[in-house]
Design a protein around this ligand. Structure first.
Ligand SMILES: Cc1ncc(COP(=O)(O)O)c(C=O)c1O
Length: 379
């Protein structure tokens, strides 16, 4: 049976991983500066993670949400402790799109309204409302296009005001650092005014932290760089270090009633064990401090390279913008230097999303390879 073509494939077959490296079937080592789309937070095959997942699966991998599962409460308490987001409720699911789908659904339940405001170049996932709120017509099927969504330019505060004052908007959904779109960010003023407009117009302010959350921006959540308190926060990628898990944090002002949301697999025992070990490692290894230190070092080196026209993003969610398309550069980095990097909708941008455990020596390796490759591309 042929496989559905999900993405264009590189001809590399990783079969194992360790820290910031993955290895192919011949044992060739690749430096992973992409973390499998920002998923690998604490590094490949972290021993504490492997032990936690192994121990749990030998005891009980799964049971449904119809029984007591104390691991869910432990996970919720740990997220509260590390994020500082007090008194939110946690609903667990399995992916980023599912998290946003539930966030939008809850916003609609809470407000009784149905229109969504989202932003140009935003990406929120592939499911019904999440994909409708994504600014990419080529992935929106007619069934998704029935959703009422208004896409506005980032920083267009008068546009947001005009739309919210019409009174039918249930949610504004925001990536504080755009991922797939190419690492663009709104201004502080913009985010803070959008938040105030949401409050004034009974509209839910949803922070899509699927990619930017879990320490990647240098704070636990990227919205914490601003003076806002989201009504709903969606989380996924870094949460399970590769184990599929997602969720939403629901502000105490929202009375999320029994029956509004539900799931079979969400919050299962194995997912919770994976999620808990990720948070334990983030805390024990002080990975958010490492993110800030490594980010500063990375940006310092990037600034010395004249071909880099713009450095975007924050923490270890960074984009290097060139004045040419980077497809060939990425291929050379993979095939000749064995370094994984990412692309974005902005074809001139190289995306850097390494495990949060990265060290200076790995960053040095990247820049040595980049300088050599840029010289070859130019020759
Ligand atoms: C900001 C953001 N939201 C949502 C999603 C969708 O997540 P998933 O692919 O787990 O459904 C992504 C995936 O790239 C993302 O970057």
């Amino acid at each position: 049976m042929p496989l559905f073509n999900v993405y264009p494939l590189y001809d590399v077959t990783p079969v194992s991983g360790n820290g910031v490296y993955v290895y192919d079937e011949k044992g060739v080592e690749f430096l992973d500066l992409y973390g499998g789309h920002a998923v690998i937070s604490i590094g490949h095959a972290h021993p504490k993670y492997v032990k936690a997942v192994t121990d749990q699966v030998t005891k009980l991998g799964f049971y449904s949400n119809a029984i007591q599962n104390p691991l869910q409460k432990e996970l919720a308490d740990k997220i509260e402790k590390l994020s500082g987001c007090k008194d939110y409720e946690l609903f667990l699911c399995n992916s980023g799109a599912e998290a946003n789908e539930n966030a939008l659904k809850l916003a609609s339940f809470k407000t009784g309204k149905s229109r969504i405001v989202a932003f140009r170049n935003g990406f929120h996932g592939r499911t019904s409302a999440a994909v409708a709120a994504t600014d990419n017509p080529s992935i929106i099927a007619p069934i998704n296009a029935q959703q009422q969504v208004t896409i506005l330019e980032l920083n267009d505060i008068s546009g947001v005001k005009a739309e919210l004052e019409k009174g039918d908007v249930c949610a504004v959904i925001v990536e504080f650092i755009q991922g797939v779109g190419g690492l663009d960010q709104g201004t502080s003023d913009f985010f803070e005014q959008v938040y105030a407009l949401c409050k004034a117009n009974d509209t839910m302010f949803i922070a899509d932290e699927v990619q930017s959350g879990y320490g990647r921006s240098g704070k636990f959540f990227a919205f914490q760089h601003y003076n806002v308190t989201p009504d709903i926060i969606s989380i996924a990628k870094g949460m399970g270090n590769g184990f599929p898990i997602g969720g939403i944090l629901i502000h105490p002002d929202i009375e999320a009633k029994f029956g509004m949301l539900g799931t079979t697999f969400g919050g299962n025992h194995l997912a919770c064990a994976a999620g808990l070990s990720v948070l334990n490692v983030i805390e024990e290894q002080k990975l958010m401090d490492n993110v800030n230190e490594m980010s500063e070092y990375f940006i310092k080196l990037a600034k010395t390279i004249p071909q880099i026209k713009n450095i975007k993003g924050r923490g270890l969610m960074l984009g290097l913008e060139f004045d040419f398309e980077v497809g060939d550069l990425r291929k050379k980095l993979i095939y000749e230097h064995h370094i994984f990097t990412g692309g974005a909708s902005n074809k001139k941008l190289l995306r850097i999303l390494p495990p949060l455990t990265i060290r200076k020596e790995h960053i040095n390796m990247f820049f040595e390879a980049l300088i050599e490759t840029l010289a070859e591309v130019e020759a």
